[in-house]
Design a protein around this ligand. Structure first.
Ligand code: NDP
Ligand code: MG
Length: 382
């Protein structure tokens, strides 16, 4: 029985993680969970799974929970609460499915307390990949990918990565606007941007997919998860999202992971590996029905966020921290209707060009640079 702590239980990945736990009660037990403001759904989850510890966004949400809370459930809140629930509860594994770099400190705390980390929260690896991987090595815990591309690569990687692997090839669906040119993106609405062709996900990552920043963040995520240089990471457009990613070896062999687009597959594998479990309610891949698969080289001038992510990753140090923080705020401003879609990459570009990167930043420096970048973006808008 694997004991699980889940951060971000009310989100897209969170609810699908609970589906997996619910469908394999003989394998998994939920010990702790966190959510933000969705008290109605969070309460139902608490009543169903009876975790020992729960973290919510603030005291306000905690107060809303108390009247209906089952006995024996401890409630904590805020950033400190998130760290507490991730570190304290006696889980074997932390599923980090919160959105944004708020996931960094709880991840580090969980590593220190010896838990393996099933990581969906890519922003944590982008903002401080060097700290997370160093710490995982020190405490001998594993970082297990949940992101579908990274799970695919994880499942296709064998042998000596440094010697045997020529390239990791991340596939990209191209997001909501893949069939539009750059000039056709002027004036697109939030609703259009939220309409992803292949995946149903949280709002922020759906916008990231439309700008291709998501793929950029995933390139940096891959660099840290697989300890591989950027020169060996490629992105290919593949609109069907059937091949989830590939590994090319020095002898020219390419191993790929295929399946229908269903996040429960990588979530479940992250929790069960190396064992495979039946995916209850899952659809098997029928290649006859799919018919053909398409591939295209991404145009870096069209997908400027992808280009900036590669550049920031190669610069390293605090540059990815700035890329991520600027993007988080820019996306939230777009979602709130305050900037146009094309304003997202402009803000990220400005934040990066105004920043003098620090090499090997400490946790305190990262927290400070993240905060400064968020404030800077808001000041550009004023
Ligand atoms: P959602 O927006 O659907 O869910 C985010 C979750 O985090 C919710 O439970 C939310 O709580 C909680 N949360 C958000 N902000 C805070 C905060 N400040 N403090 C505490 N809790 C917070 O996101 P997704 O599930 O789509 O994505 C989660 C992560 O997984 C992201 O990093 C994303 O990039 C990654 N990912 C997602 C995929 C997907 O298919 N969705 C695929 C691959 C990676 P509440 O809603 O209650 O406020
Ligand atoms: Mg992905």
């Amino acid at each position: 029985m694997r004991k699980i702590c889940l951060l971000g239980s009310t989100g897209s990945i969170g609810t699908q993680t609970l589906d997996v736990i619910r469908s394999h009660k003989e394998e998994f037990q939920l010990i702790g969970l966190s959510f933000g403001r969705n008290v109605a759904l969070g309460l139902k989850q608490i009543q169903e799974f009876r975790p020992k510890v729960v973290c919510v966004y603030s005291k306000e949400e905690a107060n809303l929970l108390y009247p209906d809370l089952p006995p024996g459930v401890k409630v904590v809140y805020g950033e400190q609460g998130l760290v507490e629930v991730a570190a304290v509860c006696e889980a074997d594994i932390l599923v980090n499915a919160v959105m944004g770099s708020i996931g960094l400190k709880p991840t580090l705390g969980a590593i220190e307390s010896g838990k393996d980390i099933a990581i969906a929260n890519k922003e944590t690896l982008v903002t401080a990949g060097h700290l997370v991987t160093e710490m995982a090595k020190k405490y001998e815990v594993e970082l297990i990918p949940v992101d579908s591309e990274h799970s695919a690569i994880y499942q296709c990687l064998h042998g000596d990565v440094e010697k045997d692997v020529d390239r990791l090839i991340l596939t990209a669906s191209g997001g909501s606007f893949r069939d539009r040119s750059l000039s056709e993106l002027e004036g697109v609405t939030v609703e259009e941007a939220l309409n992803h062709p292949n995946w149903e996900m949280g709002a922020k990552i759906t916008i990231d997919s439309a700008t291709m920043m998501n793929k950029g963040l995933e390139v940096i995520e891959a660099r840290w998860l697989f300890n591989i240089p950027y020169e060996k990471i490629d992105v290919i457009l593949h609109k069907e999202s059937i091949i989830h990613s590939m590994v090319e070896y020095i002898d020219g062999s390419v191993l790929a992971h295929l399946g229908t687009p269903d996040m429960r597959v990588p979530i479940q594998y992250a929790l069960s590996k190396p064992k495979r479990l039946v995916l209850h309610g899952g659809q098997k891949l029928n290649l006859w029905e799919v018919g053909s698969l398409h591939f295209e080289k991404p145009n870096m001038e069209r997908y400027r966020c992808l280009k900036m992510a590669f550049e920031a990753g190669k610069i390293g140090g605090s540059a990815p921290t700035v890329l991520n923080a600027a993007n988080e705020i820019a996306v939230s401003e777009f979602l709130n209707g305050n900037i146009p879609f094309l304003g997202i990459d402009q803000l990220v570009e400005k934040a990066l060009s105004d920043h003098s990167p620090t090499s090997d930043p400490s946790l305190d420096e990262i927290v400070m640079i993240d905060e400064e970048t968020r404030n800077k973006i808001k000041s550009y808008l004023n």
